[in-house]
Design a binder for this molecule. Structure first.
Ligand SMILES: NC(=O)c1ccc[n+]([C@@H]2O[C@H](COP(=O)([O-])OP(=O)(O)OC[C@H]3O[C@@H](n4cnc5c(N)ncnc54)[C@H](O)[C@@H]3O)[C@@H](O)[C@H]2O)c1
Ligand SMILES: O=C(O)C1=N[C@H](C(=O)O)CCC1
Length: 270
């Protein structure tokens, strides 16, 4: 059994991750923590997640529970995540990171630290369907080429803190890869006013925020006289949480290094 510690255990994702870890035949929920001051600190993580008493008291720091687990699953906030990375490295614990909003510098530090100290799966979206969509977008972009304009639209709930979503950025990167472009050079994240005609190589990424939308992404390939739209819609958070549990079971037996859901799902060569 792989012992799992859930960071941000009372968050929207944290609760569903506790549930999915509890359901997984190879995982056990061994630790849970929140940020200091969270009203659920001291309560049972299973009770908060709606699975009944799990015998896991929610602590107020990772340090307080680090000895209880083998793998830390983190869906919290980017600044907190980078602190957890330092602690995981010091204690040689594996990580699954779903938190989005990590900067390019954060990702460089994460790669260096994981390579030196612990196995880590990091992905902006852990749903199987989205990871297949990433690959479809890369292939569609490569086949359609420059004649088709690439635009990405994402929609999420009103509580989401980062924009555009990590998933939309990854879709942009996969399209850019298929087209031999660099998203950092061709990404267009806002349009307003007399902006002139669209340039041939740009990849637009637009954001919608409202209500309780779980997560929707569409990649448009708009060409002469036709367009293709590739869409993923999440109906609930269990596809993300289930992917995180799958990644935790997988990463526990991997050598040090940084992995993605493509590795977990066997999609690397697809
Ligand atoms: N990779 C994926 O598949 C995927 C799916 C959904 C959400 N996400 C990402 O997961 C993150 C969380 O999303 P959410 O909707 O659950 O947010 P949320 O705000 O509901 O939950 C975040 C939780 O983290 C806790 N937290 C923050 N700082 C902490 C700290 N220092 N120590 C311990 N706990 C801390 C908060 O108290 C909160 O309970 C976001 O970055 C989101 O984009 C990723
Ligand atoms: O609810 C969120 O927040 C989500 N964030 C991820 C992202 O930024 O891509 C994945 C979808 C849900």
């Amino acid at each position: 059994m792989t012992k799992v510690i859930v960071a941000g255990a009372t968050g929207r994702m944290g609760q569903r991750i506790c549930y999915m870890v509890h359901q997984h035949p190879d995982l056990t929920l061994a630790g849970a923590f929140e940020q200091p001051g969270n009203p659920n600190v001291g309560k049972d993580a299973g009770e908060i997640a709606g699975i009944g008493n799990a015998g896991v008291t929610i602590a107020d720091s990772l340090e307080a529970v680090i000895d209880q687990g083998d793998v830390i699953i983190d869906f919290t906030f980017h600044k907190a995540t980078m602190e957890f990375v330092k602690i995981a490295a010091k204690h040689g614990r594996a990580m699954v990171i779903g938190t989005t909003g990590l900067s390019a510098d954060d990702l460089t530090v994460l790669r260096e630290t994981a390579t030196a100290s612990f196995p880590c799966v990091q992905a902006p979206n852990m749903a199987v369907g989205v990871n297949v969509l990433f690959k479809l977008v890369e292939k569609a972009a490569a086949v359609l080429g420059d004649a088709y304009d690439v635009e990405i639209v994402e929609a999420h709930h009103r509580m989401k803190k980062d924009a555009p979503s990590g998933t939309a950025l990854k879709i942009g990167e996969m399209a850019a890869k298929g087209l031999g472009r660099n998203l950092a050079e061709v990404g267009v994240f806002e349009r307003n006013g007399i902006i002139g005609e669209r340039t041939d190589k740009e990849i637009g990424i637009q954001t919608i925020r409202g209500g309780d939308i779980v997560g929707e992404h569409t990649a448009y390939f708009a060409g002469p006289g036709e367009r293709i739209e590739i869409t993923h819609r999440a109906h609930n958070r269990d596809n993300f949480a289930g992917g995180a549990a799958k990644a935790a079971a997988w990463v526990a037996s991997q050598p040090k290094g940084l992995y993605t859901m493509f590795d977990v799902l066997g999609l690397s060569e697809f």
